[in-house]
Write a protein that binds this ligand. Structure first.
Ligand SMILES: [Zn+2]
Ligand SMILES: [Zn+2]
Length: 337
């Protein structure tokens, strides 16, 4: 089968490999669409922690069941998306149902080879039937689920004014699910074109230009209340730290993005607000199912998110273009040919 291997940072290579077989408890997925994620781009760039090379990238996957291993009862030809987080089922987090932060987590395309190939064998528990969605929609379910999980963590409701920091694909996911939960949604970014995009495509209630006076803009947009929830999707330490002083009293901060480094805040600012600070990692089956239900109902859309597509045979060439900031990629999807 054809596969694309990241042999070392900055280098993708087409290779022919043996078609895998589904072992006991596994399914063999014939890959149909592959979403390209920040993780893939960081891995290609060589600045993704927990990464070793060579590695087949790709963890945002949809396809059809080609074969099943012993003990698996799923129909051949069934359309599925893949939940790329393989959890142990035994650790303290798994025992509480928090498989998204399993202490032994293995992510497909990160800790083990991923889906930039024609066939991938995965545990049967990692595939979910999703009839009625296109393969491209199914390939972005994981990306959207990250935002959905953050919104669920913060228990966002109609009473909230949510500020999403960072209008990349994860931020756009978060803003859509905050809207779906009935909240008023503001979005902040350093790039004016991204703010324009959020206004046009998602009719957000306000945008905040991070290069100008953020506090003044937030005061104006919230009649002096400030946002009751701030969801950080920036991967920027300064942005994360700014949340502590730009939050409403009684509010909640959710850190979706991860930075290497120490986040610091002034305790008086933290305490006087009775701030709730939450980490949000990956997503659980419940989030994935919520995403699929919202996509089907049309309350969340993938169409604007997917800005670029290519065929698998053109992947190496397209990928090297997409990693350039000037490419304007929000989300790219690769279709198997
Ligand atoms: Zn991803
Ligand atoms: Zn576990």
């Amino acid at each position: 089968m054809r596969s694309i291997v990241c042999v070392e940072p900055g280098k993708l290579e087409s290779q022919i490999k043996d078609k895998p077989v589904a072992a006991s408890g596994e399914v063999l997925v014939k890959i149909k669409s592959i979403g390209i994620c920040g993780t893939d781009i960081h891995a290609f760039g060589g600045n993704q922690p927990f990464f070793s090379y060579p590695r087949v990238l790709g963890h945002e996957l949809s396809g059809e069941i080609e074969a099943v291993g012993e003990g698996v009862d799923l129909p051949i030809g069934q359309a599925v998306y893949v939940i790329p987080y393989i959890s142990c089922g035994k650790c303290v987090a798994c025992r509480k149902g928090k498989t998204n932060c399993c202490s032994n987590i293995e992510v497909i395309g990160v800790h083990r080879d991923g889906g930039m190939c024609e066939y991938l064998a995965v545990p049967a528990s990692a595939v979910v039937k999703a009839d009625g969605l296109s393969f491209n929609d199914m390939a972005v379910v994981e990306c959207l689920a990250i935002g959905a999980h953050a919104v669920r963590r913060a228990q966002i409701s109609q009473q909230d004014t949510v500020l999403v920091l960072g209008a990349g694909p994860i931020g756009i996911g978060a803003l859509q699910f905050a809207q779906e939960a009935g909240a008023k949604v503001l979005v902040a970014d350093v790039k004016q074109e991204k703010l324009d995009f959020c206004r046009k495509e998602y009719q957000v209630d306000g945008v905040v230009d991070v290069t100008a006076d953020v506090e003044a803009q937030l005061r104006d947009l919230t009649q002096g209340d400030f946002p009751s929830v701030i969801i950080d999707c920036t991967g920027n330490l300064k942005a994360m730290q700014s949340a502590f002083t730009q939050l409403a009293h009684g509010g909640t901060i959710v850190f979706v993005s991860v930075v290497k480094g120490d986040v610091s805040f002034t305790d008086t600012e933290f305490h006087k607000r009775e701030t709730t600070l939450l980490g949000s990692r990956n997503a659980t089956l419940e989030d994935f199912e919520h995403v699929v239900a919202c996509l089907k109902a049309g309350t969340v859309k993938s169409s604007a998110l997917i800005t670029h597509t290519t065929k698998f045979s053109g992947l190496v060439e397209s990928f090297t273009q997409w990693v350039k900031p000037e490419s304007g990629v929000i989300k790219a999807v690769v279709e198997m040919d």
